[in-house]
Design a binder for this molecule. Structure first.
Ligand SMILES: [Zn+2]
Ligand SMILES: [Zn+2]
Length: 316
């Protein structure tokens, strides 16, 4: 796709979503706790760690990754299913236990990502600003304010505004509980390592899923589908599907596109905790078939072109 220049005349008076011009312009003071958590797992070199710590790590990875994908993303950002007010609060707490700021902050920035995808106004586009800015730099690029006008539907709940303001409360409570239950090695591996893994697993969706993988749909951006990224993020790697049709809980559009978040939400619907679970409509599948047809035709045309360019073989 064509990348819009920063001074595009159609862009009016806006400034680029990237504010930091050099490495020193990032908010380094705010990165101290973020970097400190990266050092936590090294504490296990002193305390040692056992199987129990790694089981806690695995459980906290899966449960909190679901909080990110089922909570921050598919519920708060895209409202692809409905739930009660108390379970909405549970989802917000669970999402924020992954320590990715408040649900309003997360959803507001994510809605901007879809609105301006891969243009200079996209808060995290690897096409525009490079891999590292899209992966993590954008978080510390003077982006800590919540754009409430983007999330009026969520901001009307005082309990969500409270959580957004005190976003560190769920991860701090979880870290303390893990330390109290499993000791220092539990904190270092069970909480620390799983937090770092959930962070970078989530961040691959902002960086790698706009760089590697296949494109099924024409979306006007560089979003891609990648099975491995879908596995580590419980289904978020079907990112081109998602950019094409954002209104669906389901992001792996076919049975072979593993989407664990979708299965969990279906299970929650089966026990009545959530409802109105939205699926991709028939027109989306029709377009997927047309797109597959177009790709097959262009492959045949390319092979035909290669054959006509080959020099005729000489008789022996
Ligand atoms: Zn999205
Ligand atoms: Zn995207």
């Amino acid at each position: 796709m064509a990348v819009q220049p920063l001074s595009s005349p159609s862009a009016g008076t806006f400034t680029s979503a990237r504010k930091a011009q050099s490495l020193w312009d990032y908010e380094w003071k705010a990165t101290v706790p973020f970097l400190a958590v990266h050092l936590l797992p090294f504490g296990a070199l002193v305390t040692g760690a056992g199987l129990r710590d790694f089981v806690v790590c695995a459980v906290l990875y899966v449960v909190r990754m679901f909080g990110v994908t089922g909570g921050y993303h598919r519920y708060f950002s895209h409202r692809t299913f409905k739930t009660s007010r108390w379970f909405q609060f549970v989802l917000a707490w669970l999402a924020q236990s992954s320590s990715q700021r408040g649900v309003l902050w997360w959803a507001a920035h994510h809605r901007d990502h879809h609105k301006y995808s891969d243009t200079p106004r996209d808060p995290h586009s690897p096409i525009q600003f490079g891999f590292w800015h899209a992966h993590v730099g954008w978080i510390y690029d003077h982006n800590s304010e919540t754009k409430t006008e983007r999330v009026r539907d969520l901001a009307k709940f005082p309990e969500l505004r409270f959580l957004d303001r005190f976003w560190w409360l769920p991860p701090a409570t979880l870290g303390f509980a893990v330390w109290a239950l499993f000791g220092w090695s539990g904190l270092f591996i069970g909480f620390g390592l799983s937090t770092v893994l959930v962070w970078h697993g989530t961040f691959t969706i902002n960086s790698l899923t706009h760089l590697v993988g296949k494109r099924r749909f024409e979306t006007g951006d560089e979003s891609r589908n990648h099975w491995l990224l879908a596995l580590i993020t419980l289904g978020e790697g079907w990112h081109n599907n998602h950019h094409y049709y954002q209104g669906s809980v389901r992001q792996g559009f076919y049975w072979w596109e593993i989407d664990v978040t979708y299965y969990v939400i279906r299970a929650l619907a089966a026990v009545g905790l959530v409802w109105d679970v939205r699926e991709p409509p028939a027109r989306v599948y029709a377009e997927a078939r047309r797109a597959a047809g177009r790709r097959a035709l262009s492959r045949i045309a390319a092979e035909g072109g290669r054959k006509t360019r080959e020099p005729p073989r000489r008789a022996a």
